[in-house]
Design a protein around this ligand. Sequence first.
Ligand SMILES: NC(=O)c1ccc[n+]([C@@H]2O[C@H](COP(=O)([O-])OP(=O)(O)OC[C@H]3O[C@@H](n4cnc5c(N)ncnc54)[C@H](OP(=O)(O)O)[C@@H]3O)[C@@H](O)[C@H]2O)c1
Length: 345
Amino acid sequence: MATKAKALYLLEPKGQFEVREKEIPQPGPGEVLVQIHATALNPVDWKIHTYALFIENYPTILGLDSSGVIAKLGEGVTTFAVGDRVLHQGFFDNSKFTFQQYAIVPAEIVAKLPDNLSFDEGSTIPLAVGTAALGLYNNKTNRGIGLFPPWEEGGRNKYAGQPIFVYGGSSAVGQPTIQLAKLSGFSPIITTASKHNEAFLKSIGATHVIDRTLPAAAIKSAVRAITPEPIKVAYDAISLQDTQNLTYDILASGGSLVVVLDVAVDKERITEDKFIARAYGNVHFLDQRKVGVSLYSKLTELLAAGDVKPNNVEVVPNGLAGIPDGLEKLKKGVSASKLVARPQE
Ligand SMILES: NC(=O)c1ccc[n+]([C@@H]2O[C@H](COP(=O)([O-])OP(=O)(O)OC[C@H]3O[C@@H](n4cnc5c(N)ncnc54)[C@H](OP(=O)(O)O)[C@@H]3O)[C@@H](O)[C@H]2O)c1
């Protein structure tokens, strides 16, 4: 096996990107080395570049979504074999980011990629499903709202008959939120999106899709017209100030809201009877690992059964070198799709 491979580096804060060679990292005990065949682009990648967030040491690699093939097993790993097709999330370390040809990852947060999914499709899953799952099913002291997961024994349909409101259903995070809500039994599953995404969102589990361009008051009355039940669970997958205010208003007393950016609900709206969790969608974090390991132990089954479906894929040309243009495109906005690059190209 070669000792060097390519990675896309961001050379300095807000600086230039460059493809460079680096040593292939070696998996430690309990880890695996993955040859990355597809990596999805996420808003956090362009935000790190544009606003110089999170990263202390440069040059840095970016990228938090991968699917590929197991290239090497670290000591003690028995759950995978070299050559297995897998998917996994990246993390904030130059041996673990995914805008490169090889990355290492703890085996307990890797899942086999079932035959019904391509590498491109597989790479759209990890960060999005992790963010949806951790927000809904991690406990309240660990940035979640403490629901019981549907992939665990006794979890299917546990919330049958209870409504849920998901703001931004067509986003990467919104899609798995709807799909997990369906497995949890929530009904109706009410979401917002552009009109042209209505049929797609119904195909993955939404029962009602409200046009997101309507004024806030019209969205609130549309929700009231759909169900007389109090909305005790809401997930704002967009989490801008206006979407947080709207979602918070829709949430009933005693309810819980997940947001994916910092809490921006107007102070005068906040009341003690509504709980807000600010999700951090990465299963590498040790305080989120338990839910992550549990999710990854069942993820292959969920994907094979079509209970969790990939996002729509748009491939970015030119391998790693094409990613900077892809990030510019993502910054301008996508609709119900994920940009995916192929690092081996
Ligand atoms: N906390 C975390 O760990 C975490 C993890 C992942 C993402 N995030 C954050 O979550 C946000 C969404 O990420 P993503 O990757 O899921 O997004 P995405 O897939 O890029 O979102 C695109 C969707 O957002 C909708 N949208 C775009 N602008 C909107 C607006 N102004 N108001 C309402 N809806 C709008 C569009 O819906 P239509 O096309 O239907 O109009 C589009 O389908 C980003 O800010 C990201 O940084 C946080």
